[in-house]
Write a protein of this length. Structure first.
Length: 334
């Protein structure tokens, strides 16, 4: 064996050993069940499934279960987070659909702590005849949420729709490209790629979170245009189904007072109310609290159980008023 070949084989062998060691270190030491990028990777592999209809893109697997961010995430036969639910509510029962992205899903929050579950539990304790389902799916925008509701939520015949709106819901439709082998199978690669992207943002080579979100709502933004159309169609859908649509604006929790996106909240409110839907801004429920006290983990500003409890309280007044009307008019939810 000549020297070149020997050196090449040695370099190749050492490289493979280093990569395998890094993968082993990531999976056995770094992965403690709360590393954001790894948990999102597991979520995509174990709970999500690709939906090749362009307007949906992805959804939840039915009857799936996985520990993520220290809590169990399970889906029922319809792909909703939570236990089983009949396709049609019992007589006199008002059904509430909770629609949204990872925040409505309750990323990093136990099932019973999600604002959807807390609302249903509180209403039941008040003697209300209600049930509901959680159609929150991570990384959906409003247009995708509408398409998924039409496909999976509409047949459940909800009487009230609570649409959780977050600032990143104005993102354009994602491009679903085939992930490379490393992205699909290597935990170490996921961590390295995520941290490299974070470094670029810190160094200013990619827009930081404030600039990124503001760009979503520029007048020429395709994502915001599509979002306005989706909100209008959600309102039309609710009217056709004779349901009440309530849009709950969920604040970005990294900065609360002063809140950096008050103008955007006002813009969203105008778009919602222009379509005749109810709007509730949930910022007042948390703005006087320390932002980090509301996060799932210090690097992950998804709302924790405390934040979900505050959101539930903020949604209740308009939801209760809608239930009162439903009780008077249809004898449901009384």
């Amino acid at each position: 064996m000549n020297a070149f070949l020997k050196n090449s084989l040695l370099l190749f062998s050492v490289s493979i050993m280093c990569l395998l060691s890094l993968e082993a270190f990531t999976r056995t030491v770094l992965d403690d069940g709360t590393v954001y990028e790894l948990e999102m990777w597991k979520y995509a592999r174990q709970i999500k499934v690709r939906d090749y209809r362009q307007e949906i893109g992805h959804r939840h697997r039915p009857d799936a279960e996985a520990p993520l961010m220290g809590v169990v995430v399970r889906t029922n036969s319809f792909g909703f987070r939570g236990g089983s639910i009949p396709e049609k509510a019992a007589a006199g029962v008002a059904r509430i659909a909770f629609v949204g992205d990872s925040i409505t899903l309750g990323w990093g929050v136990a099932e019973q702590e999600t604002f959807a579950n807390q609302i249903l539990t509180t209403l039941a304790q008040q003697g209300r005849k209600v049930d509901g389902f959680n159609l929150g799916v991570g990384n959906l925008n409003t247009a995708q949420e509408l398409a998924l509701f039409r496909d999976a939520g509409e047949r459940m015949h909800p009487d009230i729709i609570v649409l959780g709106f977050t600032i990143n819901d104005a993102e354009p439709m994602p491009e679903y490209t085939s992930a490379n082998w490393l992205s699909r199978h290597s935990a170490a690669w996921v961590v390295v790629a995520y941290r490299f992207d974070s470094l670029l943002r810190q160094l200013g080579y990619s827009p930081d979170w404030k600039h990124y979100y503001r760009r979503l709502f520029r007048p020429d933004s395709t994502g915001w245009t599509d979002t306005q159309h989706a909100l209008a169609e959600f309102a039309d859908e609710a009217e056709d189904l004779r349901t009440q649509l309530i849009v709950a604006k969920i604040p970005e929790l990294r900065e609360l007072k002063p809140y950096p996106f008050t103008d955007i909240s006002t813009t969203v409110q105008a778009a919602v109310e222009n379509e005749g839907a109810l709007f509730v801004d949930l910022l007042p429920t948390v703005e006087d609290l320390e932002p980090s006290s509301l996060w799932v983990t210090a690097p992950d500003p998804h709302p924790n159980g405390l934040a979900h409890a505050a959101f539930a309280q903020g949604i209740m007044p308009k939801l209760t008023a809608a239930l009162d009307r439903l009780c008077r008019q249809q004898g449901k939810g009384c």
